[in-house]
Write a protein that binds this ligand. Structure first.
Ligand code: SF4
Length: 303
């Protein structure tokens, strides 16, 4: 006997904020919770995305966004392990399958774009995001080239967005690939190394925030900086509030130095794997937003 589930899919917290505000309501018909893994999703309130293509997601502000997930469909692989990640902690979602190949991504994307064309549905944006860091895919650069080709063929008006945690932007091939996309959205939650180790938790001990800042700056105004502001504590009681002047002032200085095309600030929106995190207040985000705008840099706040 089929069993019905209504699942509210939100996007990982590093997704383009306007996309995150959209709740995608999926009616899923499954034989048992165990068949689909939905039991785990519901219990942990985290989400693992289909791969390599998912959606489209309909957004009032962005329009129709088709997701491209370069990670395996059975778990999460990320160079960060953010305590607010809506895919959950890395350790809880080990993958057993490989990344989708370049060819599989192109095939799935082309098939979806053809299907949408037949339905007279035209994506406004093709968004690289999902269960981890897209630029960690060994063929990320080639996949961007394939995506541009397919976009030009099937939906020339659509923008291509990449949501990245910035880990690999110093690699020439990744820099070049990200330079080709319409929305190169790069995470910079703070410039405090201790905070980064507490909240973003980079997997590489060599992670150096100054190198990340230099890497974003190297896009010469093409990149969009995305920053999470939050409050509360970790599960062991460590304060993770990054809305105070001690965090905001040096971050603003880095933003001024980077001079990005735009800044997007946001806060947690859904339940997080670390249960004691709290949202930053709208007025706090608005005040930070206004300080970015005062630097002459467009900025949006989502909460
Ligand atoms: S950077 Fe990685 S761990 Fe952090 S929110 Fe994004 S997918 Fe999750």
């Amino acid at each position: 006997m089929a069993k019905d589930f209504i699942v509210y899919l939100d996007l990982p917290t590093h997704f383009h904020p306007p996309i995150r505000q959209v709740w995608l309501i999926c009616l899923i018909f499954a034989h048992t919770p165990y068949d689909t893994g939905l039991k785990q999703f519901r219990k942990m309130s985290t989400i693992i995305y289909p791969s390599p293509v998912f959606g489209p997601v309909h957004s009032r502000r962005l329009g129709i966004s088709l997701g491209i997930n370069l990670m395996p469909a059975d778990g999460k692989i990320c160079t960060f392990d953010c305590i607010y990640c809506e895919c959950g902690f890395n350790k809880d979602h080990r993958t057993k399958t490989p990344h989708p190949s370049r060819e599989a991504v192109a095939r799935a994307l082309e098939a979806k774009l053809k299907e949408m064309q037949r339905q007279n549905v035209h994506p406004d944006v093709l968004t690289f995001a999902g269960n981890g860091e897209p630029t960690s895919h060994p063929h990320f650069a080639e996949i961007i080239d394939d995506t541009i080709r397919l976009r030009d063929e099937y939906c020339p008006k659509a923008k291509i967005s990449v949501l990245s945690n910035s880990t690999f932007i110093h690699r020439p091939k990744i820099h070049e690939a990200l330079s080709k996309v319409d929305n190169n959205i790069l995470k910079l939650d703070t410039i405090d190394p201790a905070y980064i180790n507490k909240v973003d938790r980079p997997a590489q001990p060599s992670y150096d925030v100054n190198r990340i800042i230099a890497g974003i700056k190297a896009f010469k105004g093409q990149a969009i900086v995305q920053t999470m502001f939050l409050k509360g504590t970790t599960e062991d009681g460590t304060d993770v509030d990054n809305t105070s002047e001690a965090f905001v002032a040096p971050w603003l200085e880095a933003v001024r130095e980077i001079a990005p095309r735009e800044v997007m600030i946001y806060t947690i929106d859904r339940e997080t794997p670390d249960q004691f995190l709290r949202k930053a207040a709208p007025e706090e985000l608005n005040a930070i937003r206004d300080r970015v705008i005062a630097l002459g840099i467009p900025c949006t706040a989502s909460y």
